[in-house]
Structures are given as C-alpha cells and as structure tokens.
Design a protein around this ligand. Structure first.
Ligand SMILES: *Cc1c(COP(=O)(O)O)cnc(C)c1O
Length: 445
C-alpha cells in the first residue's frame, strides 16, 4: 500500500478532505485556513521592508549599467519594469465563460513583457546575479557604491568576472534570465535544464555562450545537479531557486514599483477598496516574493492568491498539510506533467511556503485545457500572447468572488501575467491555435 510519511491516502484525505479533488486533478479553490491578520503574520518574518528597499537601491545603482547593456531599457532609465494594463475585454469574457460576475476593476500586470528575458524571472534572477557581481567587484576594489555602474560594460570588468562561474537549475525561464544577464556581465554560466525546458530557450542560451546541461528528469533534479557542481568550486556561485533570499527580494521589489503605478493610474487601495492579486506559482519564489512585498507595503488591504497547474500543485499540497518541502506531488501519485513549463515543479520551496502560510488567502489549480483556452481568450480580447504558465492567474477572480460575498465594484483585481513575449512566433501561433479549439468547442478535446 502506498503511504506518505507513514499515512495512507485514505488517512490523508480524512485529515484534509480538500486533498480529494486535488489528487484527482480536478481544478479546485483552496481557502487558506492559516491566514492571519498582517500584524500577527509579521511578528516572526525573516525579511522586512528595509531588505526590500535595499534591493531596490541596488537595482537603482545598476540602472546605468542596465541602460547601457540593454538599449531597450534606455527609455525607462535602466529600470526593468512592466506595464499595468486595464483589461475590461478579458474580464467580460471571463464572466461569460464562468457565468460568474466579477465586481471590481480588472488589470493585467505584464511581466510577460519585462525587458531582457520576457518573464517574471527578470526580477529575481537578474537581481541576484547583479548582487553577486557587485559583491565580487567591491571585494576586489574594482567598484565603489558611488561609482557610475555603467563602466561595468567595459572589458576589464568582464574579464575579471569571467574567472567566476554561475550555476542554476531551471525549468527554463530562470535559466534564461540568469544565463542572459550572467553572460552579459562576462561570467561563465552553466544552466541545468529539466526535461520540461523548451528547446528555444536552450538554443537562445547557447547562442549567447551559455553552457546548457540537459537532464531527462524534472526540475528538482536539475537544481540538485547545479548545487552539487557549485559546491566543489570556490569560484562557483549557485543560484538556489528553492532557498535564495536574494531571488526572493528581487521579486519583492515589484511591490514598490506597483505602488507607484497604482498611484500614477489613480487606483486607490484602502480597507474599503482592497486589492486582489493573482500569481502563478512554481517553486514559490516569484509569486512569494511579489506577494510578500505587497503584504509589507499594503498590509491587510491586499489579498494574494497563488495559481498552480492541476498536475503540479506542490505549494497547495505542502501548505495544506503543513509538510511544505517534505513532500512532493509525486509522493501523492500526481505526475507533474503540464504544458505550463514554468510551473512544472513537484516540490515547493520550504522557505517560501512557511513565509507565505500566514500571508496567503488561497491557492487554486488550473487544468492544461483551461490554460490553452485562456491563451486564445487573452490573445483575442487583449491582443497579447501569454505562455501557458502565465495565464493561470485569470481563473482566480471568479473563485474569489464565489468565496467572498464582500467583494464590490470598489475592489481591484490584478492578474500577474508572468511570461510569454519572447516565445518564438511559430510557437505562439501553435499555442493560440490549440487554445482556439477549446475556445470554440469548450467540451471537446
Ligand atoms: C517561474 C515562473 C513562475 C513561477 O515562479 P516560481 O518562482 O517558480 O514560483 C510563473 N510564471 C512563469 C512564466 C515562470 O517562468
């Protein structure tokens, strides 16, 4: 008989009845019973506002470098940021599809269109590599905080940094972000890719001089290989997607930026006008970092929700059972097979799970069929292409409205669209065509 941590499936489901539908791959909304008011939730947190501000300051120091190294960021002064787009058309479509009215204003946060790597990973991944470069250059008296960091594009610095190796394990997008920025700085880079990783991401990295190691196994294994390789070499640095506080803080800076965008667009947030934010979740660092930052800045007036594939609900299972990274979806017989490559993670970050446990309102799961349909719906309604991982947020508002009668026209919903602009055109078209079939024939295959 299959047991997990000494309990049979029947025992697990008796203790946590919500596991039932989750273990059947049924799309499901889980309301987090462990959520606390902000004051209580922040009594014991390992990171604070000052940490996020420090990360924001570091990104400002690097802005002259980013602006010079990536001319597409020049207009934004070297700040890597994405637009916040009002999205009434897709809101109308979602109301029609789900039969659920969604009171409130509706926006998409377009991290899919972040410069440099076209996904949310351009926040955490790039930040961590920049911080490591800064640390090395300062340790060797090649840089001081007051310098104009644009000089880092020069060969002297690239040559110095080329003695060091950056390693990372990834399902694709993290490798893409880390690989691209590391190669730009002159680092040697080795990216361990899981079997889910898309060929075009590997090709693009190799073009930029990144060493890509392909694994036939899943994400956790790719991470383990990267970690092992780095452990043997003092000039190697491993970006640890499962535990890194720097990655997390890089993501959290999004909250400071979003606050400014909300003010610029005159979107008010208050106890009477709460903000609901829907974030796709893989290992947890990206959505966790953003949500953590939002809770630090907006407190109880922001409500955060994670979205996961029905085939990879690692954060949901970990948080629900309190077992976090001690269990994986495979332990429970789920296959971790999904078109949402960015979310194809079987075991959540224990660090993020524990941080988010008192801060998160809920987690819901989305099927691959729903993702493809949403790709077509979003493309038709809003004229933007998102990858499968990135559309999972859109299923959230109707669940949240069903579970919360207090939501009114004063509320604001923000769907965090986490990736897709860099997907090659022919793949965009194939994903769209597949989605169109579900859109025009919702019951069929
Ligand atoms: C990585 C990724 C996520 C989730 O981030 P995690 O840190 O893995 O939870 C969401 N969407 C896309 C497109 C991603 O690449």
């Amino acid at each position: 008989m299959i047991t997990v941590k000494g309990k049979t499936m029947e025992e697990w489901i008796r203790e946590f009845p919500d596991l039932g539908p989750v273990l059947n791959y049924t799309p499901f909304y889980w309301s987090n019973p462990y959520v606390e008011d902000n004051k209580t939730a922040f009594e014991n947190q390992p990171l604070h506002l000052e940490d996020i501000q420090e990360a924001e300051e570091r990104l400002k120091r690097f802005a002259p470098f980013i602006s010079k190294a990536y001319p597409e960021t020049e207009n934004a002064g070297g700040i890597i940021e994405s637009p916040l787009k009002k999205a009434d058309q897709i809101k109308n479509r979602l109301e029609t599809i789900t039969g659920q009215k969604i009171p409130g204003m509706f926006y998409i946060k377009l991290d899919s269109h972040l410069p440099i790597s076209g996904s949310i990973k351009a926040r955490g991944g790039i930040y961590e590599v920049l911080k490591y470069a800064e640390t090395l250059l300062r340790e060797h008296q090649l840089l001081s905080e007051k310098d104009d960091y644009s000089k880092i594009v020069e060969d002297t610095y690239r040559k110095f940094l080329s003695q060091y190796t950056i390693l990372v394990g990834s399902t694709g997008n993290l490798g893409l972000s880390i690989g691209v920025i590391s190669a730009k700085l002159g680092f040697r880079v080795i990216v361990h890719m899981s079997a889910d990783a898309k060929q075009w991401k590997k090709d693009l990295l190799r073009e930029r001089g990144v060493q890509v190691v392909e694994h036939r196994s899943d994400y956790s294994k790719a991470v383990e290989e990267g970690r092992k390789e780095a452990a043997n070499d003092p000039k190697s640095y491993f970006v640890d997607d499962e535990n890194s506080k720097d990655l997390f803080l890089g993501y959290a800076v999004a909250a400071i930026r979003l606050k400014k965008q909300l003010e610029e667009q005159n979107i008010q947030v208050s106890p009477e006008k709460p903000l609901h934010v829907y974030l796709p979740c893989g290992v947890g660092g990206g959505p966790g970092g953003v949500a953590f930052g939002l809770k630090v800045i907006f407190g109880d007036t922001v409500k955060c929700y994670f979205a996961e594939p029905t085939h990879s609900p690692c954060m949901l299972i970990g948080m629900m059972t309190g077992m976090h990274d001690e269990i994986s979806v495979n332990d429970f017989g789920l296959d971790n097979q999904t078109a949402a490559d960015g979310l194809a993670v079987g075991r959540a970050s224990g660090f993020v799970g524990k941080v988010m446990e008192p801060l998160l309102e809920g987690i819901y799961t989305v099927s691959d069929e729903q993702m493809f349909r949403l790709i077509a719906e979003v493309a038709d309604a809003e004229g933007i292409h998102l990858e499968p991982s990135a559309v999972t947020g859109f299923m959230g508002p109707s669940y949240v409205v069903q579970n919360n009668p207090k939501i009114t026209e004063e509320d604001t919903h923000i769907i965090w669209a986490t990736g897709g602009s860099m997907v090659p055109d022919e793949m965009k078209e194939a994903e769209y065509q597949k989605g169109l079939q579900y859109k025009t024939n919702p019951g069929g295959k």
